[in-house]
Design a protein around this ligand. Structure first.
Ligand code: TK8
Length: 353
């Protein structure tokens, strides 16, 4: 009798273990953004968006991403779930964009500078001193010209759903106050991974180094580089004032962000879901821009109260920089194609009226 009971329990145990084993395999195997779950409307296929950014959770970009999550989960009644990752948890702008192409991540929001490594035409948006202000940038990016560039991304297995704002970039460094081009002489400046940025800073006399954002704070702290350039909100919220002592309002480039989605994931959505994620990216982008402008207006004063010296760049000094960089822009305009570049200039002129 005892033996019989033992055999019975052994069989039951094996049965339970096998049942559990089968369950885990499904999830692991099927973690490609789709899980069959119940979102309260009976069994539906719940699709998961893993959305990663390089900036931290205090930055307007992350607040915008949380807004996107809120809209999408509400509008799809939970059929699409958005997991958000900040501070480079999933990688840097370039590696996350590659992950979208591979379909191992669904969303990231890089600056246009690293995107130019995938679609070179995007370099036009990093031409120094291109946009006179944010309003003109909005009108051009949200208009037919901006859309023309987003339409170049599917060939790279990427969907561009909207433009968000990084902002006007300003120089910081730990060596000296920079008031004119001459003050750039020999400064080791970190730039984004973009050849135009490198060539532009060389033309100013600096010694630029391309580097992922995720490595920047440590490189500044260890003195591997003397300086960097980003909007005030990023300089303050990433605590660069702890490792930098001088800031100048060079405002040398207006950096747009592009809300990117993996094309394979996007193609797997229903038409209704595609419209929902598109509209959500646009709406959350408006919200992010507004927060970002408030942040950039606020944080320059805070940087100075954290002990950074502020140097105003005069119109003459800025014009000198424009003249020094002009040959670099001409070279990239040829590479991108003069007609397309002229179309951007025309759109800026029209929007500036
Ligand atoms: C964050 C970057 C950052 C950009 C840079 O991932 O790399 O300096 O300005 O915002 O996109």
């Amino acid at each position: 009798m005892k033996k019989l009971l033992a055999v019975f329990f052994m069989v039951m145990l094996v049965f339970v273990i096998t049942a559990c084993g089968n369950e885990n395999a499904n999830n692991e195997g099927n973690n490609e953004g789709n899980n069959t779950g119940d979102n309260g409307g009976g069994d539906v296929e719940v699709k998961t968006i893993r959305a990663g950014i390089g900036l931290n959770d205090q930055h307007p970009q992350y607040k915008g991403l949380l807004k996107f999550k809120e809209i999408v989960e509400e509008k799809t009644n939970g059929a699409i779930k958005v997991e958000t990752y900040h501070s480079g948890q999933l990688g840097d702008d370039r590696t996350m964009t590659e992950a979208l192409q591979l379909g191992t991540q669904e969303v990231t929001i890089p600056s246009t500078a690293p995107i130019a490594n995938f679609v070179k035409e995007f370099s036009v948006f990093d031409f120094p001193f291109l946009f006179p202000n944010e309003e003109v940038a909005d009108e051009v990016l949200d208009g037919p010209v901006g859309q023309k560039f987003l339409d170049m991304l599917p060939d790279q297995d990427l969907m561009g759903l909207a433009y968000w704002e990084n902002g006007f970039r300003d120089l910081t460094n730990s060596k000296r106050a920079v008031a004119s081009a001459a003050d750039f002489d020999g400064l080791k400046i970190r730039t984004m991974e973009n050849d135009l940025h490198l060539d532009a800073f060389r033309a100013l006399g600096a010694n630029p180094t391309p580097m992922a954002f995720t490595e920047l704070f440590t490189a500044l702290q260890q003195g591997t580089v003397d300086g960097q350039e980003n909007p005030y909100a990023t300089i303050y919220l990433q605590k660069f004032y702890e490792v930098q002592s001088h800031v100048s309002n060079t405002h040398h480039i207006y950096s747009p962000f592009v809300f990117l989605m993996s094309k394979s994931f996007y193609d797997g959505l229903t038409e209704e879901q595609q419209q929902i994620v598109k509209d959500a990216a646009v709406e959350a982008g408006q919200y992010e821009r507004q927060l970002n402008r408030e942040a950039n207006d606020k944080y320059l004063a805070d940087l100075q109260s954290e002990g950074m010296t502020f140097t105003e760049i005069t119109p003459e000094a800025r014009q000198e920089m424009v003249d020094l960089i002009e040959p670099v822009i001409a070279e990239y305009a040829d590479a991108i194609g003069k007609d397309l570049v002229d179309e951007v200039y025309q759109a800026i002129e029209d929007a500036s009226k």
